[in-house]
Design a protein around this ligand. Structure first.
Ligand code: PGA
Length: 251
């Protein structure tokens, strides 16, 4: 039975970015010290560009915001050009007034991964929980690096990447060769993500259509990790027409 997920269909990827940035802007204008969750990957790049534009041209401020990122490759330090820390600096943090010390990205070179993950969870709790977490979705339905089979109550932990994720991230957009892609990552768990008060998941392009249909209209199952958001009280998918193509019901 399809759950509560609201789906907003935009004409194209630019429309998705504008809509998603608008959700963030509305939150920040009503709660300047909001705690936000962020994602990496190709999909949110335009949303971050739009947030940077809102900061530049419309005085949107992130000066009081705290942020938490979903995941980081295990074995890469933050200076590596494929690390998610580097991605966030390049695509968002360097272009807005967020304070670097208020941005939390898991350390892919931590001496003790279990302690690093536990500290991440503790910092989220100490910040009062996440108000709004932005998510992407893998072609296999993963959210963060919670691959199919991940439990609904999973917490932040060291995980292995599936071959399909390794292939997707070495198609030339990020890594050029599958051999370069780290095999493991630190990832917020599905239970961690589900505790955010609001969730916004973005998807664009035909490669995401099957995953979006399974997540929004398929069964509530770890086979499609994003379907485990169906019983969240405030979860919206913002997708373009291509990513919406597999949906059977109007949303
Ligand atoms: P993408 O990745 O935005 O690069 O497609 C999304 C994801 O795998 O979560």
């Amino acid at each position: 039975m399809p759950g509560n997920i609201k789906v907003t269909v935009c004409p194209d990827a630019q429309g998705v970015a504008r809509k998603a940035a608008g959700v963030f802007a509305a939150l920040l204008r009503s709660k300047p010290a909001a705690v936000i969750g962020l994602a990496t990957g190709s999909t949110p790049e335009q949303t971050y560009a739009e947030l940077a534009r809102l900061h530049r041209e419309e005085k949107l401020s992130l000066a009081k915001v705290s942020s938490f990122n979903l995941d980081e490759y295990w074995g890469l330090d933050g200076d590596h050009d494929q690390s998610y820390r580097h991605f966030m600096n390049t695509h968002l943090f360097n272009h807005v007034d967020i304070r670097p010390w208020n941005t939390c990205v898991l350390n892919g070179k931590a001496a003790n991964p279990a302690l690093e993950c536990q500290a991440f969870e503790t910092k989220i709790l100490a910040a009062g929980g996440v108000d709004l977490w932005l998510l992407g979705i893998g072609g296999n339905g993963h959210i963060a690096f919670n691959e199919p089979g991940s439990p609904v109550d999973s917490r932040t932990r060291l995980v292995s990447l599936t071959p399909s994720t390794i292939a997707a991230n070495s198609d030339g957009r990020f890594f050029k060769d599958p051999a370069e892609v780290p095999r493991c990552a630190l990832s917020a768990g599905i239970g961690t993500i589900r505790e955010a008060r609001q969730l916004v998941l973005l998807a664009t392009g035909p490669k995401k259509a099957a995953a979006i249909a399974a997540a929004a209209e398929g069964s509530f199952s770890p086979d499609c990790p994003a379907s485990l958001l169906q019983d969240h009280p405030d979860c919206t998918f913002i997708v373009d027409r291509e990513a919406a193509a597999g949906l059977k019901h109007p949303h």
